[in-house]
Design a protein around this ligand. Structure first.
Ligand code: TXA
Ligand code: MG
Length: 335
């Protein structure tokens, strides 16, 4: 075993012990970093809400090492839930299921459902296996801010308030898990992610389900100005067709603009990031790019709109939230 490996193993053991003592531990997952607490410890959960600055009515996801453990937390597990778990776990899928009695209100926000995820990241897996229980973990950011995708992001967000931060480098996926509510008669997507609605639909249709609602698509006319997953700089989304004219107008007005676009800058521009055209790469870098551009302190953060379909749907959801154009759905507030 290399020295680095044994150091990491020790860090994971220490982190599992810290969780057992009711402390908070930040850890990498394949989506974003989570801020973990023992999901069965009320005091630890209170600390979690305190540190995040999150209202305690907002439920958190319980992370488990294996799909089979879901039975300890949930009841009435449907065929759809079992099949989705078999196919997508471990991985970036969260299932909302009927909770068992012992599951604390601080986990569920007082609802009769609980959100469960089995992450695939090796450090998250090792931590869960070492700890042996469920780890309640929202994304490791303060309420309403961008989710962290590196250990450094977590440290700069919380400083000394979170003593243990396991470092797994940059998260591969980069945006939060797809959330599917399988607690009712018909599965419903509550939060789009990199597991696409179309992919879920194929699996569910084979089981005879028609997924409910149109959550797989993004509303073209955003309905409200609520801000979630938001940078400090105001974010504006502009279509590719209007992009050049819009930017020219901003320059004409003297607006200091930071840009995330698919194209290269027309002239040298200090605060311009050219984004990948592949959704997986775009998502992987999305929060890091928004953080970088936010740090510039420009008047406006201009984002060229991506396509509206397939794997881009989860990305669109996060961009709309960053621009304050998407109201969080009631059950799934994007915290
Ligand atoms: O990728 C992810 O899901 C990351 C990593 C750390 O696993 N976690 C994450 O957690 O994004 P959080 O707390 O930032 O977002 C979880 C979302 C919240 O919007 C919450 O409202 C929703 O899940 N949620 C949790 N329990 C729920 C429930 N019982 N019913 C409906 N929505 C629920
Ligand atoms: Mg979050």
């Amino acid at each position: 075993m290399s020295e680095q490996e044994s150091e990491q193993e020790k860090a994971i053991k220490d982190a599992a012990q810290a969780l057992g003592r009711g402390r908070l531990v930040a850890f990498p997952t394949e989506t974003v970093y989570g801020l973990g607490a023992d999901a069965s410890n009320e005091d630890a959960l209170k600390k979690l809400y305190d540190v995040k600055g999150r209202p305690s009515s907002h439920p958190v996801i319980v992370h488990l090492a294996h799909a089979e453990e879901a039975e300890k937390w949930c009841t009435n597990i449907s065929e759809a839930a079992i099949v989705l778990g078999q196919i997508f776990w471990p991985g970036p899928l969260t299932l909302v299921l009927r909770k068992k009695k012992h599951v604390l209100d601080l986990v569920t926000g007082g609802q009769d459902t609980v959100a469960i995820r089995v992450p695939s990241h090796p450090i998250a897996q090792a931590l869960l296996q070492e700890f042996g229980g469920g780890i309640a973990a929202p994304s490791a950011n303060r309420f309403g801010r961008l989710s962290p995708t590196t250990a450094e992001d977590v440290r700069s967000e919380f400083g000394d308030e979170v003593a243990v931060v396991l470092d797994g480098g940059a998260c591969e996926i980069g945006i939060e898990s797809t959330i599917v509510d399988v607690s009712g008669d018909r599965p419903r997507i509550l939060r789009p992610g990199m597991i696409q609605a179309e992919t879920l639909a194929v699996v569910l249709e084979e089981l005879g389900f028609v997924p409910e609602g149109d959550s797989g698509t993004v509303p073209r006319v955003p309905g409200s100005t609520a801000s979630h997953y938001a940078p400090n700089t105001p974010v504006k989304l502009v279509s590719s067709a209007d992009f050049s004219a819009f930017l020219e107008e901003l320059e004409h007005q003297g607006t200091d603009t930071a840009v995330l676009a698919f194209r290269a800058p027309p002239v040298l521009h200090r605060h311009w990031i050219t984004a990948a055209r592949f959704p997986a790469h775009y998502a992987h870098n999305l929060y890091r790019n928004l953080r970088k551009l936010d740090a510039v302190g420009a008047d406006l953060l201009l984002v060229e709109e991506p396509p509206l379909d397939g794997e881009w749907v989860g990305i669109w959801d996060r961009l709309l939230r960053a621009s304050g154009s998407k109201q969080a759905e009631e059950e799934c507030d994007g915290s």
